[in-house]
Design a protein around this ligand. Structure first.
Ligand code: SF4
Length: 683
């Protein structure tokens, strides 16, 4: 009977990096309602459609409830003991035959911080490899790199509240109103109530663009050029923050010299943005006491994603827009815990808290705590793993919660790689496209069925509590990792995720003061957190995160995207829709949401529709150099000329990554998803 009592449980939304927290009311397994709480630090009493209504997937009949073991071309259900023993035997065998680096691991934003910590510990301490990465490789690694090399930490420099109080907000390559709806609401409110100014740069005239005081429509992949030209103009006019630069920043003279090519004339020619508009942008920054820049995948998923992210940080440094309330750099993390997956060490080069695996003293600290010798060289990232499978160097892959066979670029190549693996384990809540290729599929639990912590876009660590019991025989991912490690002789004793966090806090100085007690209920902590529990809502108030405390201006070159040509004459932009999450395997299982946006479409400009004789609903085939999709046209003036927009939320015939190629950001290997040229046939 207890099953049918109504209860309310605090949780954290699983759908985007804003990190809204709220009470979820349940009766038995039924989710009755979501009730935001005034003390929710990121959202107050707001949620968006996904956070409020997007939970029915937890009871989907398609949920995995038993481990599955491949037998020929089908799966059979198995007990946990058999499945874990099989994985342990095969991983041991591959390690003994081909060495520890023949196996690789991928964690994801669907894991809690504690689960990402355990996954990297499993890779390093049990298998002995640094081949561990996570889904941030597909989105925000370039933003992190751009910030690492200029200001020292890769995360947002302030808090959502700083964005709301800024005089000027600049949004670049982010459809914030649909991708981070509650955060966008704060900007909309600040515009209305405080006269906040808004500049938006995007290929698409989405809602935020409509609301902007200045809307820039640069040519695809050219943001670095207009950003650098505006920065140069500000310096040429003497509007830069001389005192801030002298006291807090290194490399000004060298940086100024590097800006020489970025004249307004050059920027107009390359980006198509009129010179007069660029001057208005520079003047708006001059006139604002505080400026924040928000950016997302329109910037990062380019061959020059890291460089453009760096250019944003350069502009903020030149104008003194770091370290004060209402200023700063805000790469908007897409998924709920994409920040935490990297923070807690699921990276090929870093232990938790961004300490390098090549640092002998750091490695010695972990070796002593874990009682094993650890690998010294950085491992492979996601992109290199796929190539290594094709080259026969990587034999086994273990993925938690990432539908890599749909969300990586050039999926025909990725799926072909899966077929070459000697052994493949996928841990997920559904039999995803990726899981279909696995040898063993383990049923994990979604956020409502587990305890742990997530870290949102503003570095805020928050607790989620278990609202539902795991469905069938499914288990939280941390339990599965613990049990597997123990089958392989590791002797891990974790009984609750708080014990994992205690261990991480002891080992990683960035989280020194993080405890479950300090995170009780709606309490939260923004890293770095000192041992006494003092957290950091605003970074760089006194020093940047380099040994001398000074930031570094970073000279840059523009990396021109491949773009279109005579044959592949249309550019495909891609991204999210308000109603759907990622590849859609959760939100398409929520009836109300599916009814509202049941299928993918491609946005086509009125000019192109006229040129090609398209009507709303015309079925078209888009063909790139890598693959093709079939999708219906939707005519809208949100896009212009030969630019198309294809939502990324379809895992079927319209999956955008059938079109994307293997080019990546040159620094981080994040796929250049936004650099896609296609030709179109009307079907
Ligand atoms: Fe969830 Fe993001 Fe919507 Fe908040 S804004 S409710 S975190 S999807």
């Amino acid at each position: 009977m207890r099953e049918h009592r109504i209860k309310k449980t605090k949780t954290v939304c699983t759908y985007c990096g804003v990190g809204c927290s709220f009470h979820v009311w349940t009766k038995g397994r039924k989710v009755l309602k979501v009730e935001p709480h005034p003390e929710s630090p990121a959202n107050g009493i707001s949620t968006c459609v996904k956070g409020k209504f997007g939970w029915d997937f937890v009871n989907s009949e398609e949920r995995l409830t038993k481990p599955l073991i491949r037998e020929g071309d089908h799966f059979r259900e198995a007990e946990w003991e058999e499945a874990l023993q099989l994985i342990a035997d095969r991983l041991t065998e591959i390690k003994e035959t081909d060495g520890p680096d023949a196996t690789a691991f991928i964690s994801s934003s669907k894991c809690t911080n504690e689960e990402s910590y355990l996954m990297q510990k499993f890779a390093r301490a049990v298998i002995g490899t640094n081949n561990i990465d996570n889904c941030s490789r597909y989105c925000q690694s370039p933003a992190t790199q751009g910030l690492f090399r200029t200001v020292g930490y890769g995360g947002d420099s302030g808090s959502i509240r700083d964005i709301a109080t800024a005089d000027l907000v600049i949004v670049i390559g982010s459809n914030t109103a649909e991708s981070h709806p509650v955060l966008a609401t704060r900007v909309k409110r600040a515009q209305k109530l405080n006269g906040q100014k808004l500049i938006v740069a995007d290929l698409r005239r989405h809602e935020m663009a409509e609301r902007a005081d200045i809307f820039l429509h640069p040519r695809a992949g050219s943001d670095l050029v207009w950003l650098s030209a505006v920065t140069k103009y500000i310096i040429d006019k003497g509007w830069h923050d001389t005192r801030f630069l002298e006291e807090r920043v290194n490399g000004f003279e060298e940086y100024v010299a590097s800006l020489e090519p970025f004249t307004l004339e050059y920027a107009e020619e390359v980006t198509g943005i009129p010179r007069a508009t660029l001057i208005r942008v520079a003047e708006a920054i001059r006139d604002a006491d505080t400026t924040c820049v928000l950016w997302a995948m329109g910037v990062t998923q380019q061959q020059g994603g890291s460089n453009t992210s760096t250019a944003i940080s350069n502009l903020l440094l030149v104008t003194g827009n770091y370290g004060r309330p209402g200023t700063g750099a805000y790469p908007l993390r897409g998924h709920n815990n994409v920040q935490g997956a990297s923070d807690f060490g699921s990276m090929p080069n870093n232990f938790p808290g961004y300490e390098s695996v090549t640092d002998d003293a750091v490695r010695a600290r972990y070796e002593q705590a874990w009682g094993v010798e650890l690998p010294k060289e950085p491992g492979m990232n996601n992109h290199n793993m796929v190539n290594a499978i094709h080259d026969g160097k990587l034999k086994a892959l273990y993925i938690i919660g990432e539908d890599m066979g749909i969300v990586d670029s050039n999926i025909n190549y990725v799926q072909a790689a899966f077929e070459k693996l000697d052994f493949f384990v996928v841990q997920d809540i559904f039999l995803t496209k990726t899981a279909e290729y696995a040898d063993v599929v383990l049923p994990g639990s979604p956020s409502l069925e587990k305890e742990g912590t997530f870290t949102n876009t503003e570095r805020r660590i928050q607790r989620l509590y278990r609202a539902l019991e795991p469905l069938g025989d499914s288990k939280p991912d941390w339990m599965i990792l613990r049990d597997l490690a123990n089958v392989m002789g590791a002797n891990w004793h974790y009984e609750h995720p708080s014990e994992i966090m205690d261990e991480a806090a002891k080992l990683a100085p960035l989280f020194a003061g993080v405890t479950y007690e300090r995170l009780e209920g709606y309490n939260s902590l923004q890293w770095p957190v000192t041992e006494d529990g003092k957290d950091s809502p605003l970074l760089y108030t006194e020093r940047f995160n380099f040994p001398d405390g000074k930031a570094r201006l970073y000279p840059l070159e523009w990396i021109e995207p491949d773009g279109t040509d005579d044959e592949y004459d249309l550019h495909v932009n891609n991204g999210r829709l308000l109603e759907h999450f990622h590849e859609g395997n959760m939100t398409y299982k929520v009836e109300g949401i599916r009814a509202k946006t049941p299928q993918a479409f491609v946005e086509v400009s009125p000019e192109l529709a006229k040129e090609r004789g398209l009507k709303d609903g015309t079925l078209v085939r888009l063909q790139s150099r890598y693959g093709a999709v079939k999708v219906r046209a939707f005519i809208t003036d949100r896009v212009k000329g030969h630019e198309l927009y294809l939502p990324m939320n379809d895992a079927g015939e319209a999956a955008v990554n059938r079109l994307t190629g293997s080019k990546t950001d040159v620094e981080t290997n994040t796929p250049a998803y936004k650099d896609v040229a296609v030709k179109m046939d009307v079907l």
